[in-house]
Design a protein around this ligand. Structure first.
Ligand code: SAM
Length: 300
């Protein structure tokens, strides 16, 4: 997700008032389910799950991400990893290509709707991926992994330092002796001034979707709250309408280093995304929004 509204859609919009209508169910077969007067916002990655791929297939180059991950594995692991753990795996957009390349993937996510989409895609593709519903703040799996990953903003959903440290300790317990944890986090210095409004619009074969976003950084908690308003329609008919508020924590590199230390890791390298969401091996600059971190368990 790109809760800043994504750098690729910087058009500011003036959004007035609060949309509070909420439909009880999604039906894209044509029946309008817009029920006025029901309060929102809805559960995070609930109804959104249905549209997640429709939105992000245009905003994220998942194939390039997987090539990047393999380059990270080549640089930082002694041999090609066999077993990979993906935290906050969403609709499985990294997991399917990784499984296709021969990795044994376990994908963990908190959202049932996101997992349902991921499971369906894996089934249709004939891929064996272990999907687990779980909380990355504390999990216990009967397996150990050569690499753990947490991609595209998922790590930011850990809002408190205690959550981050718990997550890191859980990851550490599941890594083999030479394993690495590679994840993305958002650098505070690159967050756009609040409030930051943006929009996404796409016309598909079955429906058209508009998503309005407004992001605000809380300077005290360092949390970026993003209000999303979704409008799904065909012609003049509203098929779906809901809101979600996503809260994502932002960091400085030294803050992250400190949290990693508390969680039993050392930061091996931090890379700046080349532009937008495209990952690279460049240095982290003040205006780097997405930082890609590679870390290793500290040996005691
Ligand atoms: C922005 S999406 C990223 C999904 C996927 N990694 C991708 O690149 O498309 C964030 C995901 O993190 C999941 N998530 C948020 N908090 C979580 C938690 N505490 N434990 C597990 N998953 C979580 C959400 O359900 C969502 O699917």
């Amino acid at each position: 997700m790109s809760p800043t509204g994504s750098p690729s859609y910087p058009t500011p919009l003036q959004v007035r008032g609060r949309a509070t209508n909420r439909a009880p169910e999604i039906n894209l077969s044509g029946q309008a389910l817009y029920v006025p007067g029901m309060p929102g916002p809805t559960e995070r990655y609930g109804r959104f799950a249905k549209y997640y791929d429709f939105i992000y297939e245009n905003l994220v180059d998942y194939a390039a991400d997987v090539r990047y991950l393999e380059a990270i594995f080549r640089r930082f692991l002694p041999q090609k990893p066999r077993k990979i753990l993906d935290l906050g795996s969403g609709t499985g957009n990294h997991d399917l290509p990784l499984a296709r390349r021969g990795y044994q993937v376990t994908a963990l996510d908190l959202s049932r709707p996101q997992l349902a989409v991921a499971r369906r895609k894996a089934r249709e593709a004939g891929l064996r991926i272990r999907f687990v519903r779980g909380d990355m703040r504390a999990f216990d799996l009967p397996a150990s992994f050569d690499a753990a990953i947490c991609m595209f903003g998922a790590f930011g959903y850990l809002l408190k330092s205690t959550d981050v440290v718990r997550c890191l300790r859980s990851v550490r317990r599941h890594l083999g002796p030479l394993g690495i944890f590679a994840f993305e986090f958002w650098q505070r210095s690159a967050v756009r001034p609040s409030p930051y409004q943006s929009w996404f619009h796409k016309v598909g074969r079955e429906f058209e979707l508009v998503r309005l976003s407004e992001a605000r950084l809380d300077e005290r908690t360092k949390v970026l709250a993003v209000e999303f308003r979704f409008f799904v329609f065909r012609g003049r008919r509203v098929l779906d309408r809901f809101d979600e508020t996503h809260k994502v924590r932002t960091y400085t590199v030294p803050e992250m280093q400190d949290l990693l230390r508390q969680g039993g890791f050392e930061l091996v390298r931090a890379f700046g995304a080349a532009n937008g969401t495209k990952k690279g091996f460049g240095p982290v600059r003040r205006n780097t929004f997405r930082v890609f971190a590679v870390c290793r368990p500290v040996r005691s």
